[in-house]
Design a protein. Structure first.
Length: 82
């Protein structure tokens, strides 16, 4: 009985720790997405492009947003060299 109780406690602690880690990771990803969403309009404005709104970014993945940011940064670098 005592061993089963200890195992149940350990299992519950493991599940809580796993959930906590998942929440931390989810928060980090959301923070990165917010950062990209702030960066893209700023780069668009610097390049004199049409500035996107928050709704333009709805449904985009972090990878898509990072790719768009990288493209805009490349365009800015090319513009600075010219």
């Amino acid at each position: 009985m005592y061993d089963a109780r200890e195992k149940a406690i350990r299992d519950q602690q493991w599940a809580l720790n796993a959930s906590r880690q998942e929440g931390i990771l989810e928060g980090e990803i959301k923070g990165e997405i917010k950062g990209e969403i702030k960066m893209i309009p700023m780069l668009q404005e610097i390049l004199n492009l049409a500035v996107g709104t928050d709704s333009d970014f709805d449904g985009k993945t972090l990878r898509e947003l990072q790719s768009q940011t990288a493209d805009l940064q490349d365009r800015l670098r090319i513009r600075q060299i010219s």
